[in-house]
Design a protein around this ligand. Sequence first.
Ligand code: MF3
Ligand code: CO
Ligand code: CO
Length: 266
Amino acid sequence: MTGVSIKSAREVALLREASQVAVATLHGVDRMIEPGLSTEAINDFVHRDTLRRGAQPAPLNYHGFPKSVCTSANEVVCHGIPSEQHVLEPGDIVNVDITSIHGGFYGDTSVTFYIGEPGPDAKHVTEVARRSLTLGIAEVRDGARLGDIGAAIQEFAEPQGCSVVRAFVGHGIGRRFHEPPQVQHAGRRNHGMRLRAGMCFTIEPMINLGGYEVEILDDDWTAVTRDRSLSAQFEHTLVVTKKGCEILTKRSEPLVHSERFGDLWG
Ligand code: MF3
Ligand code: CO
Ligand code: CO
């Protein structure tokens, strides 16, 4: 007994709808994001756009989180709190993590955006994180094991001179924000729970330019790299299928402020 539920086709359809609400809002953020914008302005947009789509922003009041979206810039690994005082500058990278509740189900997705032109380090850590998610997803199919996902990410990211954050994991998702299983982004092939068609979870690797250790700031939320090196993250919500998986937060259009450098590894 793993406590991991197998979703019905109807449940998957509802998760897909919730996921696509989050994707639509993410495209709205892509259209507005630029130097000079505050992370509070992103929060205001995400909050209002989510409600306009008949959904609720899951982060707001989740275990006391004070805002409707997480905005994590530069050395912030995850759970950055939007603020009027935090104005985005050219060369910054910022992860915007959107989770929408719609029809009783959660959809969770994030990307790292480039603010203006990135320096080489920002571009490197961001593209390693983007590729890490792609490679993790490529492991997913009925019969594969959870450890295969982390192994694929670790085997790619570490030779690139990056590290994989251990302190936060991907998660099962459904009628709750965080369900079993925990999806580690570093691991061993042929280890861990076996994946079965109908399981729904996120993969959301956090990749650092320095060491993998994190520290939580005094606001009790903001996770930063202990060595203050840059960190980047991408997240999708997916459902396991017989032959692979369906990415429920798949985008039909590229994001101008993230994907314009493409994937350096094809
Ligand atoms: N969206 C995050 C995740 O990917 C969780 C954010 S929890 C919050 O799991 F409270 F900070 F919003
Ligand atoms: Co998540
Ligand atoms: Co998320």
